[in-house]
Design a protein around this ligand. Structure first.
Ligand code: GRF
Length: 219
């Protein structure tokens, strides 16, 4: 058995992915200790969820800092001070300076609502619809300096149906994200995933294609 992984979470919004992680911890499927939930928005629902769960919180306002690198340095110094082993980006809506990311290589993951490498950045549901895609989905990947561009770990897929709009797609995708992210963090907590020089390693072997979320979890 490994000691529980200490995780910090960065979130800018309502925090439903954070809630899914906390629920997985509570039902015994995710052996982690939450050491910090931090946000760039003092009003973020994620911070309230964390407070209610007894997790230490931090709100830092980017406007109080002269520039992005200074803000990111402060934020990441606080995250390092929390003792986190892993940092999870769960709806953190800011670009992060590459310099602060470097020491965290292989220890930061992000959940993104598209089948990366398609649709990095914003408005992913709209862009999938506009492209006429038959499938949409969500991805969890290791974070690098390239926005939504780091090595893919796992994806959840969703069929686009006639009549779908951004809202219906988002509504069907979110519950998949809520299974996908805890499943990936569970692999990390079991020390089964790593970022090697040429990509993601699962149980020490190169992962040739992202894992897929199926009925019974990742496969
Ligand atoms: C999710 O769709 C996530 O993939 C994206 O932002 C949304 C955050 O939702 N990056 P929540 O704050 O976790 O509810």
């Amino acid at each position: 058995m490994h000691p529980p992984l200490r995780i910090a979470v960065l979130a800018s919004g309502r925090g439903s992915n954070l809630a899914a992680l906390i629920a997985a911890r509570d039902d015994g499927t995710l052996p982690v200790e939450f050491v910090l939930v931090a946000s760039d928005k003092a009003a973020a629902g994620a911070l309230r969820l964390a407070e209610n769960a007894g997790i230490p919180t931090l709100a830092l306002n980017p406007k109080s800092y002269p520039d992005r690198p200074t803000f990111d340095r402060e934020l990441f110094a606080r995250i390092a001070a929390s003792g986190a082993d892993l940092l999870v980006l769960a709806g953190f809506m800011r670009v992060i300076d590459g310099a602060v990311l470097a020491p965290w290589a292989g220890r930061i993951v992000n959940v993104h609502p598209s089948l990366l490498p398609k649709y990095r950045g914003l408005h992913t549901h709209r862009r999938a619809l506009e492209a006429g895609d038959a499938e949409h989905g969500a991805s969890v990947h290791f974070v690098t300096a390239e926005l939504d561009g780091g090595p893919l770990i796992a994806q959840a897929r969703l069929a686009v149906e006639a009549g779908d709009d951004e809202e219906t797609l988002a509504r069907r995708l979110l519950p998949l994200e809520h299974r996908l992210l805890p499943a990936v963090v569970a692999l990390l907590a079991a020390r089964r995933l790593a970022l090697g020089d040429s990509g993601v390693l699962l149980d020490g072997q190169p992962l040739r294609a992202p894992l897929r979320l199926g009925e019974h979890g990742l496969q």
